[in-house]
Design a protein around this ligand. Structure first.
Ligand code: IFM
Length: 446
């Protein structure tokens, strides 16, 4: 069997804080957090876990967990303030130090170039719906690659472009908070184009040791019943959630049914000549972020097939059973099914679980900050078993990262939802491994 790596993951805006230090400029999340009501509790990432100032302590914490690898993201507005122009040496130096600290601790760094913190200036120029942002992203990627590629081998371009495009530009619950369906479709295409452009440029400067990829959040989309409407809703959800990303990336084409669906509402991916060849540039690893599977209905609560705007209803009806604090169903069996489906439908692509984990309402039980999180421990145990089951059945899975190393800024949910296997006391910034962290450490040793 191929080697399997264990790791923990975080992202820049969720943990770093220090939003105005060493030349960093605002990202779309700094701006979004200022919109009244956008983020629960009026929270923001100004301080977060103060990781920017506590990095060596945090690397020691990671080391204590016995993991092989640590997945972190680079903040674009720290490295290239405003999103264009020359590198900001002071900002890039932070990731240089982090890389060295990890390597000195025997931990393999895994870099994600974009985990949602788009420089605000680029959003002001149109954001991801603007084609130019894809080219700006490739330039930025090269600034980071030039500095770190002598020590970092694992490179992920984008984290969860579905969230950037759909939640950011269509639903509007994530930064930049726009509600424009056509803009979100353009964003999908330009995110993928940015991935392809960056991959091509990094590969041209890479050695055979380097590995490139993209991380997608994926679930399973099942029809709530066997009705024609529900099966149709599941098809649409699967298309918008998974196939409009993986088909262009791996097959060099957008799925026909989705192109037709979009045409029916007067929209199209803004494809230019050569784009799909760029987007389908070969890469070495697909990052899979899995949290839950979903059921879909093609009718609303009153049985209507069309919504107020005349578009087909695609309603998420959560499967019965236990939920996490996010209200997300707990569906490890569907995780195995997803991994086997990826192995079958997109063959020849090694998979790494770049995120999996759960928020629960933790209770600190003593003055040390310890949390006996049986629910999170069970979630991780069941989902790791689901990964290993898929691996036993032939899926080429090379690693698993728990989300997240520590409690952090959970986007529109603020700090109220805790995904960490390490508890963070936000008043003191004290980190305390939870029961799940100790379980994870012992499991890795076994
Ligand atoms: O916290 C997020 C992360 O930033 C991206 N994937 C899902 C996680 C939990 O919502």
């Amino acid at each position: 069997m191929k080697p399997f790596k264990w790791g923990v993951a975080t992202s820049s805006y969720q943990i770093e804080g220090a939003v105005a230090e060493d030349g960093r400029t605002p990202s779309i999340w700094d701006t979004f957090c200022q919109v009244p009501g956008a983020v629960a509790g009026g929270d923001n990432g100004d301080v977060a876990c103060d990781h920017y100032h506590r990095m060596p302590e945090d690397v020691a914490l990671i080391k204590s967990l016995g993991v092989d690898t640590y997945r972190f993201s680079v903040a674009w507005p720290r490295v290239q303030p405003g999103g264009t122009g020359p590198v900001n040496p002071a900002g890039l130096a932070f990731y240089d130090r982090l890389t060295d600290e990890l390597l000195a601790s025997g931990i393999d760094p895994w870099v994600t170039l974009y985990h949602w913190d788009l420089p605000q200036e680029l959003e002001d120029a149109g954001g991801w719906p603007n084609r130019d942002t894809a080219y700006r992203f490739a330039d930025y990627a090269m600034l980071v690659f030039d500095k770190l590629s002598d020590r970092v081998t694992n490179w992920t371009t984008l984290n969860e472009p579905w969230c950037s495009a759909w939640l950011g530009y269509h639903v509007g619950v994530h930064a930049p908070g726009r509600q424009d369906h056509d803009a979100s479709i353009a964003a999908v295409h330009h995110l993928l184009l940015g991935h392809g452009l960056a991959t091509q440029r990094m590969k041209a400067a890479a050695t055979p040791d380097h590995s490139f990829g993209i991380t997608l959040n994926m679930g399973t989309a099942d029809p709530a019943t066997d009705s024609e409407a529900d099966r149709e809703a599941a098809r649409r959800a699967d298309g918008m959630g998974l196939r409009i990303y993986l088909d262009p990336l791996r097959k060099g084409t957008y799925p026909r049914d989705m192109v037709d669906d979009l045409a029916a509402r007067g929209t199209a991916f803004p494809v230019q000549d050569g784009d799909l060849a760029i987007i389908s540039t070969p890469f070495e690893v697909l990052g899979v972020n899995f949290y839950f599977g979903q059921d879909f209905s093609g009718t609303d609560e009153h049985g209507a097939l069309l919504d107020a705007a005349g578009h087909p209803v695609v309603r998420d009806v959560k499967p019965a059973g236990p939920r996490t604090a996010m209200g997300w169903p707990i569906t490890p069996d569907r995780f195995t099914r997803l991994l086997l489906r990826l192995h079958r439908d997109y063959p020849g692509l090694p998979l790494v679980i770049t995120e999996n984990g759960a928020a629960f309402d933790d209770t600190v039980i003593d003055e040390t900050g310890f949390v006996t999180d049986d629910d999170r421990t069970a979630y991780l145990s069941e989902h790791i078993a689901a990964v290993l089951a898929a691996r036993d059945q032939g899926a080429d899975i090379r690693g698993y990262f728990a989300w997240s190393l520590m409690d952090n800024f959970e986007w529109a949910e603020g700090y109220a939802k805790r995904f960490g296997i390490v508890h963070v006391d936000y008043k003191t910034q004290k980190r305390t491994p939870k029961q799940s962290a100790l379980w994870f450490r012992d499991m890795i040793t076994r």
